[in-house]
Design a protein around this ligand. Structure first.
Ligand code: PLP
Length: 388
């Protein structure tokens, strides 16, 4: 029984695992064309390869990131795995260079997957005094001659912003491709592909889906060869997003700009409040003039905003006192601000830095806030009451 398409204004959820291919010749043709790895096939074959509901969500992200292609995956980590793996060339693979202040899961991936299992020479470039020294980076590029450089537009948890244009220019000059994780900055603050990045990845679990209820990732780019390589990898490894999640993501993406601009203004408000509060020793927020990379943030973001993440350190004369002040705050705000290990949620959420990063950031008074899009006056009151 064939029906005409329904006049819906949105792409429905196509839950087909496999699509109907009618007859042997059409099937042969579809499988032959499949080897071309186009983003939108003439005939859909199998949802692990491509799915129309997923393609509709990708279109939405392409217009946000201003890029020629976007490919959704079932997590941010699978997007990162896809972006990196297309540069792996068996024994020919050269070193890959990772800026050190990246998501802890990505660091674990470099250790447990890249080095330990795949034997890749994954190297780390460290910051000095809470900023990356780009002449030291140039030296490391010269010494390592990496195939790939990997960086986050805003680092985690110190919110270091780097001159991406320079990083990309220096990397390309040294023959390396550049992957930027733009999860924290989002395309509302910067579009690294316009600065020449080869691939941008996002954990769409965060600001893109924005409600803490979808796990997804996306790989974005402009180069069609890289797109085909990413499509092929996603298909054969099975990193494809489900149509149900893609449908919900499309809906939630419609409010991305509204949500994120409120998250940025709420975060800027709280950053100023914390800076002027006697209970707080130090605040890290790229919008504050005293942030070590404020100048880079001004260059990269212009007047788009400074992001929704704020990191701070509670005052205290001893580590025990700092820990007590941190724990007191977490407890006092707990009715309204939860401790959730994620970011980009509707409500403000907390992560205690030392509990997560351990020896890397051992300060017991530090917390990282992912600021939500609550009403600011209400949020400010909750925070001020928590600081009493
Ligand atoms: N990139 C960044 C900056 C992240 O913060 C995260 C997760 O927190 C990821 C990637 C991984 O994303 P996911 O948890 O969706 O796999």
């Amino acid at each position: 029984m064939k029906q005409k398409p329904v006049n819906s204004s949105r792409m429905p959820i196509y839950r087909d695992a496999g699509f109907e291919l009618y007859d042997a010749d059409t099937t042969k043709d579809a499988f032959q064309k499949e080897t071309e790895n186009e983003r939108i096939p003439e005939l859909y074959i199998y949802s692990r390869y491509r799915n129309p509901t997923v393609v509709a969500a990708e279109d939405e992200i392409m217009s946000l990131e201003g890029c020629r292609w976007a490919l959704l995956t079932q997590s941010g980590m699978s997007a990162i795995d896809t972006a990196l793996s297309v540069f792996q060339q068996g024994r020919e693979t050269g070193p890959w260079l990772f800026f050190s202040e990246i998501y802890g899961g990505t660091i674990s991936y470099t250790e447990y997957v890249l080095r330990k299992r795949r034997g890749i020479d994954a190297r780390i470039f460290e910051p000095a005094n809470e900023r990356y020294d780009l002449s030291a980076f140039e030296n490391q590029l010269e010494a390592a001659k990496p195939d790939v450089v990997y960086i986050e537009a805003i680092s985690n948890p110190m919110l270091i912003v780097t001159d991406l244009e320079k990083v990309i220019g220096l990397s390309h000059k040294a023959g390396a491709k550049v992957i930027v994780d733009n999860t924290f900055a989002t395309p509302a603050l910067c579009r690294p592909l316009n600065l020449g990045a080869d691939i941008v990845v996002h954990s769409a679990t965060k600001y893109f889906s924005g409600h803490g209820n979808i796990t997804a990732g996306v790989v974005c780019g402009n180069d069609s060869h890289l797109m085909k390589a990413c499509i092929e990898y996603r298909k054969f490894v099975g990193h494809m997003l489900s149509p149900d999640d893609a449908y919900r993501l499309t809906t939630q993406l419609k409010t991305f700009s509204l949500r994120f601009s409120r998250q940025c203004s709420n975060a800027a408000g709280l950053a100023g409040l914390f800076r002027d509060h006697p209970s707080i020793r130090k605040v890290w927020y790229p919008g504050l003039p005293e942030h070590p990379t404020h100048a880079e943030a001004v260059k990269l973001f212009g007047d788009n905003g400074w992001g929704g993440m704020v990191t701070l350190d509670f005052a205290g004369t001893t580590p025990e006192e700092k820990k007590k002040n941190r724990d007191g705050f977490i407890e006092k705000v707990s009715g309204a601000i939860s401790l959730i290990p994620s970011l980009g949620d509707p409500k403000t959420i907390i992560m205690p830095v030392e509990s997560v990063w351990g020896a890397k950031y051992p300060e017991p008074g530090m917390i990282r806030l992912s600021v939500g899009f609550e009403d600011y006056a209400r949020l400010e009151k909750i925070v001020l009451d928590g600081l009493k």
